[in-house]
Design a binder for this molecule. Structure first.
Ligand SMILES: NC(=O)c1ccc[n+]([C@@H]2O[C@H](COP(=O)([O-])OP(=O)(O)OC[C@H]3O[C@@H](n4cnc5c(N)ncnc54)[C@H](O)[C@@H]3O)[C@@H](O)[C@H]2O)c1
Length: 441
């Protein structure tokens, strides 16, 4: 069993650390935020991710949390799991990666620096030079991009579709691969640049599928087809498969938006205009805003209307609000003069959400007296939104289902006006058109 050091106690670092400890390795997790490390030492996990608390507790004797970079000095592997957010230009900000390289303590033997953070192609080559310049030419380097999805991160780590390892030296690739020996998954061994590109290309392709089905949904709306049936019929084609063909209000999260921008910029910086990716990004931006048009079609001007946003996290089973569509939607609704009330089972507030958004404790509190309920995140708790209790509570029984979670027919039978994404809409005259009294003053 090996001794593994991890830089970054975020989603990727903690999941990687917890899972390596579960596989029997000794793990030291280092972060720079004292509150995070103190919380972890107390057994508290700083974010919502299934199975992580249990794995950390179960393997506590093999896990150390530290602020001190010297505590990783005797590790054979040094995993870089720091954040790589977008800069103003859209390029990935690698400042935290460089801080890690600059801070590495005295290292003996032949430890390997393993890049799990998502980085532009060419980063590994630059880090290799940086290590050599620091006199750390005895430190190996490998790229081992991470493909886990939040909400199912432990499952993804333990049962991945593939493990990608790119290294400059075959021995280093062998060593990194051996860490995963007990995981049954195809191993893709490649050069460092290609490993970096695999991660960016995989994310870009998933986003392309989302924007593609969202555009098909928009054409379905204009032509009377139902995108749910269309996606099923398309996805059963074995050349295409069913994944990431769910129409909705667009992708968000900590990875897709920033990684698409970073790949677009990487291409531009190399003199190539990545037209398809530019369109994917633009379609996604427009998709988030289409909900406003749907609300106006039924309610007229939104000024003075109360809109319930159901779900704030960028997807279910996480409390991650990074680039969540709810932030754009809330801001747009407030700009239209609406009152915004929001519910989420795990997000209790966020500094990115406009302060005027009222966050309440239950779905019923959110919809009480509301003129419309918008499903923003497909939390399972919303599956029975079309209930008599909700109908009774709302001022106007209008549901805009941004994730196609509900059965349109059953919801309409229950007395609601229902709008999904890419599905035949309810007639627009089923909801009173007059603006409420507050808006007329
Ligand atoms: N979140 C995901 O679903 C996901 C999936 C695959 C890949 N990735 C990539 O993995 C990387 C990390 O993502 P994340 O979501 O875990 O980020 P995160 O923001 O949740 O965590 C990053 C952590 O690194 C810490 N950190 C910053 N500088 C440090 C330093 N010098 N030493 C030690 N710790 C330091 C931060 O304090 C933070 O706790 C990113 O490049 C991301 O694109 C993320």
């Amino acid at each position: 069993m090996s001794r593994v050091g991890i830089f970054g106690a975020g989603w990727v670092g903690l999941v990687t650390g917890a899972c390596f400890a579960e596989l029997g390795h000794e793990v030291v997790i280092r972060d720079v935020v004292p509150e995070k490390i103190e919380a972890l030492r107390r057994g508290e996990v700083p974010f919502h991710e299934e199975q992580v608390p249990e794995l950390l507790a179960k393997n506590a004797e093999r896990l150390t949390f530290t602020l001190d970079v010297n505590d990783v000095a005797d590790c054979e592997y040094l995993f870089v799991c720091v954040d790589t957010p977008p800069t103003y230009s859209g390029d990935a900000d690698l400042s935290r990666v460089w801080t890690v390289v600059d801070e590495l303590p005295e290292l003996d033997g032949h430890p390997i620096l393993v890049m799990k953070s998502t980085v532009p192609v060419g980063t590994g080559e630059k880090v290799r030079v940086g290590l050599d310049q620091r006199g750390l030419d005895h430190v190996g380097y490998a790229s081992n991009p991470e493909f886990l999805a939040e909400g199912r991160a432990v499952r993804d780590f333990m049962s991945p579709d593939r493990i990608v390892v790119g290294a400059f030296a075959a021995d280093d690739a062998d060593a990194v691969s051996s860490l995963y020996a007990s995981i049954d998954a195809p191993m893709v061994r490649t050069d460092v640049n290609s490993a970096e590109m695999i991660k960016l290309a995989a994310n870009a392709f998933l986003m392309t599928r989302i924007s593609f089905i969202n555009e098909i949904a928009n054409v379905c709306e204009a032509t009377g087809a139902d995108v749910v049936a269309v996606a099923k019929g398309v996805g059963l084609d074995s050349r295409l498969g069913p994944h990431f063909l769910r129409a909705g209000i667009g992708y968000g999260g900590s990875c897709f938006p920033k990684d698409s921008l970073a790949l677009k910029q990487l291409a531009s910086n190399s003199g190539y205009h990545f037209q398809l990716l530019s369109a994917v990004i633009e379609v996604n931006e427009l998709q988030k805003r289409r909900v406003i048009g749907k609300l106006k079609r039924h309610l007229g001007p939104l000024r003075g209307r109360t809109i319930a946003l159901l779900g704030l996290a960028f997807k279910p089973n996480t409390d991650d609000m990074r680039e969540a569509p709810s932030i754009v939607l809330a801001s747009r609704l407030l700009a239209e003069g609406a009152d915004v009330r929001a519910w989420d089972p795990v997000v209790r507030g966020n500094d990115k959400l406009p302060g005027a958004v009222e966050i309440v404790d239950s779905v019923l509190d959110a919809v009480r007296g509301a003129d419309a309920a918008v499903i923003v995140t497909e939390w399972p708790q919303l599956a029975d939104l079309g209930s008599a209790e909700v109908h009774e509570a709302m001022a106007t029984p209008l549901i805009v289902d941004g994730r196609n979670l509900l059965d349109p027919e059953a919801t309409r039978r229950a007395g609601f006006t229902y709008e999904g994404i890419g599905r035949p809409a309810s007639p627009s005259d089923t909801v009173p058109q007059a603006p409420p009294a507050a808006a007329r003053t």
